[in-house]
Design a protein around this ligand. Sequence first.
Ligand SMILES: Nc1ncnc2c1ncn2[C@@H]1O[C@H](COP(=O)(O)OP(=O)(O)OP(=O)(O)O)[C@@H](O)[C@H]1O
Ligand code: SF4
Ligand SMILES: [Mg+2]
Length: 347
Amino acid sequence: MRGAAGADLAAGKVRGETILSVNHLVKHYPITQGVLLKRQVGAVKAVDGVSFELRRGETLGVVGESGCGKSTLARLLMRLETPTAGRASLEGRDLFKASGAELRRLRRNMQMVMQDPYTSLNPRMTVGDIIGEPFEIHPDAAPRGSRRQRVQELLDLVGLNPEHINRYPHQFSGGQRQRIGIARALALRPEIIVCDEPVSALDVSIQAQVINLLEKLQNEFGLSYIFIAHDLSVVRHISDRVAVMYLGKIVEIGTEQEIYERATHPYTQALLSAVPVPDPGARENRNIIRLHGDVPSPADPPSGCRFRTRCWKAQEICANKEPHTVLRAADPHPSACHFAEVRPSAA
Ligand SMILES: Nc1ncnc2c1ncn2[C@@H]1O[C@H](COP(=O)(O)OP(=O)(O)OP(=O)(O)O)[C@@H](O)[C@H]1O
Ligand code: SF4
Ligand SMILES: [Mg+2]
């Protein structure tokens, strides 16, 4: 949304209003034992009670270490997985109860860009067929006679040569393939795009180009993004708000300034302290928080606060009582920590 003041929204749509609302979303994958008679002996708690709102025209960054449930969250929202519990509503309609024509309409409105541009495109299809594939499912979006022209417009929109419509994915570089993935996501003119680590597989120089393209498209079409990354430095530039996930839960969520300048959760503070700093002076002076140990298994998360086994501030209460998101009067952005406070050096 930053800098998106010029974007045109369709009539009746208000920038900043809630477009997607997610409430206590849960996805547990059963762990079973036995060959003939499968018995459930546990569950991988991949997403375990996630709530947030996405506003029209904004980018919500979602950040956390590998295995914290980011892609599961994305797949749930895309209805590629069935939730164990929880609700989500897209423009006021229940995302998980929708079926038939209503589901097709909701699906059309929310598209996804995958992490890996090398494997997410079918190598045997031409770029034209890949980008035009959504029109097979939603023929009304582009009548058959106009599809080639629509695909060429989309290629142009993402900075690719429309004359390359008959080429195959292997004839493009990594960054160009990600542009193809973005063009495909745009084909049906969605309002929301879920980007699951869209730049993680790309060189740093190419990452910036793809992020700039996403911002340009957001300005042009008033898109809302959920932008997943495992690194806080990647999402800063593009995000209006950032949600930090740990072991299936959002531990802190706030505006770009609240998270990067006034983070109150120890996990966010640790991630921030590890963000690369270009200035050697600033690099020497900063106080890096080193997290010890691995992320615990989501099949057996710690009691109380899930971060307690790696938290330098942990006390007895952290093992006994789960911290719920606290809104403090001084800086009311939600942080799930019994001792949430701004780190003095970061204030
Ligand atoms: N189909 C599945 N069956 C069982 N467990 C699964 C399944 N999919 C994911 N998981 C587990 O759920 C947890 C969350 O996985 P997920 O892929 O959502 O994490 P992530 O945050 O996207 O990680 P990464 O940064 O590595 O992409 C992991 O422990 C993973 O092993
Ligand atoms: S609740 Fe306790 S263990 Fe959890 S982040 Fe806060 S201080 Fe650390
Ligand atoms: Mg993932």
